[in-house]
Design a protein around this ligand. Sequence first.
Ligand code: SAM
Length: 298
Amino acid sequence: SVSSLANLSVTRQVLADHGLSAKYSLGQNFLVNEAIVAKIVALAELEGADNVLEIGPGIGTLTMALLQNAKHVTSIERDTDLPAVLAETLEPWWDSFTLIQKDALDLQLSDLDGQDAPNKLVANLPYAVAATVVLDYFQRIESLESATVMVQKEVADRMAAEPGTKNYGAYTVKLRLYAQPAGRFPVSPNNFFPPPRVDSAVIRLNRTPVLDEQGKPLDGEVVRAACTMADAAFASRRKTLSNSCKTYFAGRGAGGAAVAPHLPELFERAGIDPKRRGETLSLAEFVNMGKALLALQQ
Ligand code: SAM
């Protein structure tokens, strides 16, 4: 057994020993710099009581460091060739490790039954699913307090974007209804094997519920309605809020078609000028539109 896998020759050797090569289709870019692994663990502020959820353990490079700093690690891996590798590389920690073999996007909450609820997501994410999975897990796994994740630099920019900037969009609004950025650092391609064609960043997001006027977290229903309004407002980026929402709801079956004619009422109720554009709207304004949407639907 080795003390670290975050090294080019060790990573090549482990893959060769198992007759494997990195799979481009699964976004396999393995970390080969121990300093980056250490910085991820530090940014996540792991503590001995933490139950960590990881997506894409690969050959176990980051997982090993997580296991040394947390109570338990549960990793979700889609590649059916990797469990045999992990059984060897993570052998010393096997009692505090759970492997779930499936696509991270198909995770069911029941897959986590019988374990302590995970409180931190820490992962070097496969880039094809990175943005989707982070939002999805904050929405569905209520025990998650933070996510510290390696993503394509542009995804980190969208996650952290402010209103009025080009990276601010439906994804930004939806994610920020659940979590806020709390630190990041850049990672260049030469820290991976094989090197990806894009620049990366590790970003930490802390769950921070949006509060109502009484200072209580908003109902899940209101947050979901605000997410719908984010999709509607950015459906056609160049159009006004009013036109973008009209097109969006008109194309959403009977429920959407019932909302479309009442949009002027919705904007009035939310106190928002329908001639504005989605990118100018704050989180609070999306929440107000979400409330107005619910009121219309009742
Ligand atoms: N954690 C390792 C590291 O840091 O070296 C590997 C990270 S690599 C960027 C992404 C990993 O996610 C690969 O192991 C890949 O097989 C896995 N993966 C890709 N798509 C996945 C999916 N949809 N669900 C779960 N795992 C996935």
